[in-house]
Design a binder for this molecule. Sequence first.
Ligand SMILES: [Zn+2]
Ligand SMILES: [Zn+2]
Length: 714
Amino acid sequence: MEVRKGIEVAGIVQGVGFRPYVYRLAHELGLTGAIANTVAGVAIEVEGPTASVEAFLDRLPRELPPLARITSLAIRDLACDHDAEFRILPSRLGDERRALISPDVAICDDCLRELFDPADRRYHYPFINCTNCGPRFTIVREIPYDRPRTSMGVFPLCPACQREYDDPGNRRFHAQPNACWDCGPRVELWDVRGTRVETGEPVAEAAARLASGAVVAVKGLGGFHLAADATNAVAVELLRARKRRVGKPFAIMVRDLKTLEQFCEVDDLARGLLLGPERPVVLLRKKHPTPIAEAVAPDIRELGVFLPYTPLHHLLFAAGQFLALVMTSGNLSEEPITIENQEAVARLSELADFFLVHNRDILVRCDDSVTRASGGRVRQLRRSRGFVPVPVFLGKDMPGVLAVGGELKNTICLTRGRQAFLSQHIGDLENLESHRFFEEAIEHLEQVLEIEPQVVAYDLHPDYFSTRWALGQKGIERVGVQHHHAHIASCMAENHLEGQVIGFALDGTGYGTDGNVWGGEVLAADYRSFSRAAHFRYVPMPGGAAAIHEPWRMAVSYLAQHFGERLWGLPINFVKQLDRRQAEVLVRMAGRGVNSPLTSSCGRLFDAVAALVGIRQRVTYEAQAAIELEAAIGGGDTTAYPLELSTDGTGWVIETKPLFEALISDLGRNETVGLISRRFHNGLIEVFLRLANLLRERTGLQRVCLSGGTFQNV
Ligand SMILES: [Zn+2]
Ligand SMILES: [Zn+2]
């Protein structure tokens, strides 16, 4: 018997080789019908013997091309049409545009082979790609995803590329960024004035400059990188000085996996991340000795590494002999990454000696993602290029919500149905450029996802740019959310949890409902509300934000709180080395509450301990003291510094006094920093475990959610 079925597929099914895949499958099974891109995804009709149609429906979701993802699949019966063949129909436009755009994808093995095959017509062509790889999110202006709506629209296909594009049997069938030497974008090398360097081999020329210690700005997928030879200490220091970046680690791009394994520890999970199509930066333990300059990532145990992901990267490594290149975002300090050629020359001419540019426009900024494998699982530290705009799938339907995020490391989120779309990394909302990027990112995501949010959610902190922006929106419901409640709710949403949970939200700063600076919070929470079950005892932050940049201030504040006047006689180097007058001013400020907000922050506790043991008195990047305290941890010891619980009428208060007493007596005995760091970590783990058990007894709740920056500590 012959049957005909209509199948509506939603998900990432455009620009990922989905139609040729379906075309081949239909041909293989001898089915007739058609497939077309729709605004929602693709629509398929297949007709043939019942068994063949069933085989088609069975195999369709199971043998997908590597980048395709199906989020929903609706099948209905149709009357037989008796068509003669299976055809791919042109895209049709409609009112709703729900197809998902693929993220940008690292070059695939097939294209890589062609790139280095002298007989191939795209030999050494820096923009080679196919339906399984290449730029996507960063070149799309609007949907449906078709060449005219991308930054490839200005490059008409040559006859050879057009033939590939039109041939359903070709792996470049409807590959929107398809291009070659004859018809596609070109690379040029520019000097600091933006003048083209006369050379027939711009990539080889750039590699030669890098090898001689220059800083070269390289246009990538989601923006410019600043590149320098990572084994050349002088070049790395030069880049640091120019970028005004003192201690924050640089990511490095390494020639290949084999090279990388010589100076980093790589397990299977990390290997999967390094070689995956997303090509994130992966944090890996350093090996010693190492050819990588110490200035790449000073004073920490890990290196942020990634492998080449564009054809241009591969060509650069092939042309030069370097093992690894520093590849850091092309920007000054915390400004957004640069994407446009002239903008690069204007903004980066003091940072770079040369510019390796090209004429395929980047329409959307997108920084590199950062991940780590720990505890047998992949952890996202920065979810950006390669992952955005793949949604996080939710357990239930949501109205259209725009969530505008916090002040530091900002991302925004838009929801639609069961999908939450997180934006690329926007960064710290501290300057005009990042404010613009924030607005651009919202506008672009709303446009390509066709979401008109009914609710805007914002952090309670009245001074955050994102909060002020949200409060300025008209004609939309505005909902303020407490920072740590948002942490726990996001963990619940990601894991499809309903009901109430025990939540540990540990981080640096979040505006509390009492106006204090929260950051060491244990909550009993559901999506709608929370109660604060426990928190660290408040301690003043003398000087406010200055106490975040100068951990020694927090150490003084804790000591003053716990020891009063006895602080000055404590037999430890930290106290002996204090500038007594300066420290006394701090103690008086804290005592009178002058410019000394109260905090329960877990991050500030790490800071205080790092300062006390002599690791760091001042930080040059966020969480530096905590990261270095973690890096200093020594093995073996099971002693835990004691933390006590008291009550304040509404919940438990975690008392840090006994911890500091034990720590100071260890310092007096000249115990090692490694041992003290270990005992401090053990103490925290023990008190959190105790609290989780107490809360379970009191509430009957069995599930614990952990969230917040402190949990980046392995
Ligand atoms: Zn490819
Ligand atoms: Zn061509």
